[in-house]
Design a protein around this ligand. Sequence first.
Ligand SMILES: Cc1cc2nc3c(=O)[nH]c(=O)nc-3n(C[C@H](O)[C@H](O)[C@H](O)COP(=O)(O)OP(=O)(O)OC[C@H]3O[C@@H](n4cnc5c(N)ncnc54)[C@H](O)[C@@H]3O)c2cc1C
Length: 418
Amino acid sequence: MSQTFDADVAVVGSGIVGTMTALALQDAGSCVLAIEADEPGAGTAAGSAGYVHDGEIFPVAQPRLLADLPRLFFDPFGPLVFRLSYLPQMLGWSARFLGSMRAPAIAHGIAALASLNRLAIDALFAVANAAQAQDLLVHRGGLKIAHAARTFEGFAHEVELLQRAGIPARIVGADALHAMEPALGGDNAGAILFPNSAHCIDPSAFGKRLAARVRARGTIVRARASALLPQRDGSWSVSLNGSASRVDVQRVVVTAGYASPALLRPLGYRAPLAAARGYHLMIEHPGIELGHPMIFHEPHVGATPMRSGLRLAGTMEFASPDARPDFRRAEMLYPIIRRYVPSLQNDTATTWAGIRPSMPDSLPAIGKASRHDNLYYCFGHGHLGFTQAAISARCIAELVTHTKPAIDLAPFDLERFS
Ligand SMILES: Cc1cc2nc3c(=O)[nH]c(=O)nc-3n(C[C@H](O)[C@H](O)[C@H](O)COP(=O)(O)OP(=O)(O)OC[C@H]3O[C@@H](n4cnc5c(N)ncnc54)[C@H](O)[C@@H]3O)c2cc1C
């Protein structure tokens, strides 16, 4: 049965990326139908660390990981693990991941991520202001902390690369760091300060406010899109809930996170996306206060001060999206971060798991389908979806309205995988 909605564009998936995309299209004058199988405006971002981090411009695929791979394979509590049952599905992804470790690929990745991140924070605040959600964002900068002197020495080169890429960053020595964040132990070696970074003090409430604004200016239908069917005149039918019903629209944007490739594959588009699960531990009474969101570099885990406590987040677990989460991976965040924050308490913590839609080259897929009219995609933001959703969404709206996008979208084209 075909359902009629007063809409010219369907946005499939309403996590942070889809919700931002719907808002950007509405700003550009489109009549939007958002299709979401679950809670609109929630998705992975609701449980994320909410760190709006312009300084994350380094692709995950780095040659130094190779030395660690044997240990990573066999340590079930390492920062990065693979579930054996998921490995067959990751073969193509892994080959591309290894290919992304070449120096030219890394330089290309840094330039592309920086092009998004330079505009990401202004874009996010513009959306937050329009949705009256700016009170949930704090624009006070962010930190990346080194415990060991050797790690800290490496930060100088990183800051050089960041500055060259146009991302504000500066070194903070041990004493200045302790003065800035007294809850950190005095034995941390130092940090990088990202003065332009920001954080969200309640990512779940933030997503709800954005979804409310989408709904106020358009329609959100709670259904699972099961197929995208191109029509002869260039328009689209979207089957919902199997083939129980369908909607007819002029254009479609696929923003379904890790489920996006399954919608695009029948149309001939390949997207090597892996499900990289991450965990959080929400501590209601941490017994300390942090003023900034921060990444602890050994290994890469984070903590963000939120209005309901301190959220510890991180670790990568490559596993089938429907595999049962292993919440011991959330619990392990506490002892890791306590090395940096010795007085941190953990008496009332809750755990959560969510999936990062991760591309092997760390670059999201943002663009227009090459072999179909009126089909667009925006997914695969990995560990940076909260940061990059608003700028990515703006680029999609620019493509749809035939305006020159704010950034060069060539590095994000899905055709790089064909
Ligand atoms: C522990 C952790 C911490 C993180 N911290 C940060 C951080 O500090 N900063 C940062 O920038 N990023 C962070 N991230 C990453 C960020 O959360 C993700 O990149 C982002 O949430 C992905 O958003 P998305 O909208 O693309 O996908 P999703 O959140 O997966 O949303 C996709 C939506 O599509 C819907 N959907 C799927 N299939 C269909 C279908 N067929 N029909 C209809 N609907 C469908 C799903 O129900 C879902 O709501 C973190 C992630 C994790 C796991």
